[in-house]
Design a binder for this molecule. Structure first.
Ligand SMILES: [Zn+2]
Length: 386
């Protein structure tokens, strides 16, 4: 496999230096459309998801016909980057790409896109035959997996795929938690804090009592609880009548997710129920509004699932050893797995993502490119091998 290092580096640098913060992916989307059209891809479509996500670009689906005897696969990368990600200047030193300034590099997830492009170039150049292929380029991954959530899964032909989107190298993520987002509103009664404090019910202190009873952080292996924002009250001389807390629960077990969520609700409900009016003059009673919004479903692949057997066979064919791990984050792969499309996440070599220290080593991108080529061209065929 003759990977063109210079070409891979140039593609990666161009992608990183083309701004694409979440909801403004249009510029990089146009660049990618141009690249894949030049390749002579067999189909290229942009979906209607922009109306749902609020982005200036839809998800882009690219298809390459391949040997119809082989089971098709899809790859997935997201086009958006986190902030600060505008005006990136890539620095390449000692074989490592980093950002030259106060921005992220954008290797999350442009390292995945660049390696996929190089893989296709090598396959075309060397006239290698491979399986039918789809590339799903999503928008708004970093702000709640919005592009993937707005995809019509019926548009995707392949039943299994690989998201090129994780830190580390030679590593496949096979498990990731499900998550519920919480919006908890405690309502009390407003009153003048100096003239008639007896009339009021302080929502802030009630919420604080409930919060103090709840364990946060890592609450079990693979389970976590967090309260991220709290807002409410109007002024220091008014008894606070309302406070809203935003939080989340994650777990690698659906039962545990439900249990943790239910426990938080129970704690709030009990705290509100235990409220007593010290003077008997309060103008009402406290109330609670507890909203649970499922954020993303669980990802729980087994090593004998076809999607994992296939990547294992591809790695073996190029003498690569892979680690199979569970991760704590949610990503587009959770959404695809939720659609019933088995999706594993392959690491791209990126490190220190979501910070200005983000970097990726060219050697690791070469390694990923080789694995992508092996996945596409490997004779492994679940239809025959099962
Ligand atoms: Zn990412």
């Amino acid at each position: 496999m003759d990977i063109n290092l210079k070409r891979l580096g140039t593609t990666f640098t161009t992608l990183c230096e083309t701004d694409s913060p979440s909801r403004r992916e249009r510029k990089v989307g146009l660049l990618l459309k141009e690249i894949f059209t030049e390749f002579g891809c067999d189909d290229l479509q942009e979906d209607e998801s922009a109306t749902v996500t609020g982005s200036d670009c839809g998800n882009i689906l690219v298809r390459f016909q391949g040997d119809p005897e082989l089971e098709p696969i899809f790859f997935n990368c997201h086009m958006d980057t986190v902030e600060p990600g505008t005006g990136v200047k890539v620095v390449f030193k000692d074989n490592i790409f980093s950002s030259g300034g106060d921005t992220v590099l954008g290797s999350d997830d442009k390292s995945g896109i660049a390696c996929f492009i190089e893989a296709i170039r090598v396959i075309k150049e060397q006239n290698l035959s491979g399986c039918p292929l789809e590339l799903i380029l999503t928008t708004c991954e970093e702000i709640g997996l919005l592009g993937a959530k707005a995809i019509n899964p019926d548009d995707i032909i392949a039943k299994t795929g690989y998201a090129l989107d994780s830190t580390g190298i030679n590593r496949v993520v096979i498990g990731a938690p499900a998550s519920n987002r919480l919006k908890i509103t405690v309502r009390g009664v407003a009153a003048h804090a100096g003239l008639h404090p007896e009339w009021g019910i302080n929502a802030i202190t009630l919420a604080a009592k409930a919060l103090a009873k709840i364990q946060v952080g890592r609450v079990g292996s693979g389970d976590s609880v967090n309260f991220g924002t709290i807002s409410g009250g109007t002024a220091s001389n008014i008894v606070a009548d309302e406070v809203t807390i935003l939080g989340e629960v994650r777990s690698h077990s659906n039962d545990k997710l439900e249990q943790l969520t239910a426990n938080i609700e129970k704690t709030f409900r009990q705290t509100i129920a235990e409220w007593r009016d010290p003077s008997g003059e309060a103008k009402g009673i406290p109330r609670l509004n507890f909203e649970v919004m499922p954020d993303f479903p669980i990802m729980d692949l087994k090593t004998d699932d076809p999607v994992i057997k296939r990547v294992a066979a591809a790695a073996k064919s190029i003498d690569m050893t892979l680690d199979y791990v569970a991760a704590g984050g949610g990503s587009d792969a959770n959404i695809f797995n939720g659609y019933g499309l088995q999706t594993a996440i392959i690491a791209t070599g990126m490190t220190h993502v979501h910070s200005s220290d983000e970097s990726v080593c060219l050697k690791d991108m070469v390694s990923l490119t080789k694995l992508i080529i092996a996945l596409i061209t490997s004779p492994y065929n679940p239809k025959r091998n099962q």
